[in-house]
Design a binder for this molecule. Structure first.
Ligand SMILES: Cc1cc2nc3c(=O)[nH]c(=O)nc-3n(C[C@H](O)[C@H](O)[C@H](O)COP(=O)(O)O)c2cc1C
Length: 424
């Protein structure tokens, strides 16, 4: 449970929620007037925020206010045919990287502890696999009530984070525990939800983006990789506590904060950069879409449009993934497979051919998942089986992948961190 004033949570200047999708639930309590400020602070930290209000919450603060501060209509009704055809409850549940209920009423905490789903917010909380936190806000007596305390204990056992409460003078005139903690502190704690510590102290090397293979000084052979998946993986590894080096082909993306980024252009340059850094890596994640072939010789000057046809002679590029897996000792090796069909069969073949520990496979060439978009559906293929993740934002898919890698890494290397060896 969070203790107000704990030194770990007082460093506001470091807080970043860039690209994080936060679903803010607002329930019916006096502190609901502060939730507009919570939205503002979350957005200041870089988060995209959607608001879901209970019926009681709308008695304390208007949906219009929450719409104005979040930039999106506040969602309120579960049984709303119009909303279901747009962003319905399951889509909202999937959309969120984290759900923060602030303020959380005693009633809502009780519902959550019981697994009730009789309004939009409680249904969302039940339907979402995203991390969930509640910021209780209530009168001192309600807080101290054994029923409330038992409900909070249930939530904690179920992995729900409890942010606060603070104590002091209350709206009801009493003094004691039960105040919602300050919006800035909530933002700091929300950011900390993404920091898992699962890869604490480990070195992770990630490749991302496409490569450019020069044909002449103005033209290249490349592919449609945007780099978003690899950058999200680098960020998720950093948030899990790893020291991360990102070797990136040409992309328009800004490297994540606290990640060392080396920029390269060609597959050969990426290969060389990986070789230079791999010895220190505990985990290698090859998310780059590396060109398999390059022109045998790039022309010194621009090739002129004179002939009707033009033949390029291509030669094989070095295989980065296989070269890393062939090392002794080898790091934990994760490859990516972008396939247009026969996803699992191709991924298994890649796993075996490259001697990787894990292949994260995704279908490409279809709208809505894979290259050049924000979502991805990953299939995690290992020697002992396959795990299919649902369609998720690339950020969320990356966090799921990193969690999976961490579990497998610690199971394979139990002596390094016995505390994490049995985590699932
Ligand atoms: C003026 C007023 C203030 C209230 N403040 C709180 C509060 O701070 N915390 C709380 O848990 N309930 C408070 N309640 C009670 C809740 O509004 C009530 O339990 C409601 O059913 C909560 O609904 P919800 O959990 O669906 O939002 C208050 C009620 C009123 C009338």
């Amino acid at each position: 449970m969070y203790l107000p004033g704990h030194p770990k949570y007082t460093l506001y200047h470091m807080v970043s929620l860039t690209n994080k999708r936060i679903l803010l639930g607002v329930t019916g309590g006096i502190a609901a007037y502060k939730s507009a400020d919570v939205v503002r602070r979350l957005r200041d930290a870089g988060a995209e925020v959607r608001v879901v209000m209970t019926r009681a919450a709308a008695e304390f603060i208007t949906p219009l206010t929450m719409q104005a501060v979040s930039g999106h209509p506040a969602h309120r009704h579960l049984l709303d045919a119009q909303a279901e055809s747009g962003m319905g409850h399951i889509e909202l549940a999937r959309w969120a990287d984290a759900v923060l209920v602030a303020p959380a009423s005693a009633n809502f905490i009780a519902k959550l502890a019981q697994g009730l789903a009789d309004d939009l917010l409680s249904t969302l909380c039940l339907a979402s696999g995203a991390a969930l936190a509640v910021a209780p806000a209530m009168n001192r007596q309600m807080w101290d009530n054994p029923a409330t305390q038992a409900n909070l204990a249930t939530l904690q056992k179920n992995g729900v984070r409890i942010f606060g409460p603070g104590s002091g003078a209350q709206a009801c005139g009493e003094t004691g525990a039960g105040r919602m903690i300050d919006p800035l502190e909530l933002v700091t704690l929300t950011a900390a939800m993404f920091e898992t510590g699962e890869l604490d102290g480990l070195d992770v090397l990630v490749t991302a983006g496409p490569t450019w293979e020069p044909i002449d000084p103005v033209r290249v052979i490349t592919n449609r990789s945007s780099g978003k998946m690899g950058y999200a993986v680098a960020k998720a590894a950093m948030e899990a506590g790893a020291r991360v080096t990102l070797i990136s082909g040409p992309t328009a993306l800004a490297p994540p904060a606290r990640v060392e980024c080396l920029r390269v252009m060609t597959a050969q340059e990426m290969f060389d950069a990986v070789q230079a850094r791999i010895a220190a890596a505990n985990i290698f994640i090859g998310a780059a879409a590396v060109a398999d072939y390059r022109p045998a010789q790039a022309a010194a000057g621009k090739i002129k449009k004179t002939a009707d046809t033009l033949q390029l002679n291509l030669v094989r590029n070095p295989d980065i993934l296989a070269s890393v897996a062939a090392r002794t000792p080898a790091p934990f090796v994760v490859g990516f497979a972008a396939e247009t069909d026969d996803l699992e069969r191709n991924a298994v073949a890649k796993l075996q051919a490259k001697h990787a520990d894990l292949v994260a496979a995704n279908l490409v060439g279809r709208p809505g998942s894979g290259f050049e978009c924000d979502d991805n559906r990953l299939m995690l293929v290992e020697a002992d089986g396959t795990v299919e993740l649902p369609l998720l934002s690339k950020e969320r898919a990356a966090r799921e992948l990193i969690h999976h890698i961490a579990v497998r890494y610690h199971a394979k290397n139990p002596a390094e961190n016995p505390r994490l060896a049995h985590r699932q």
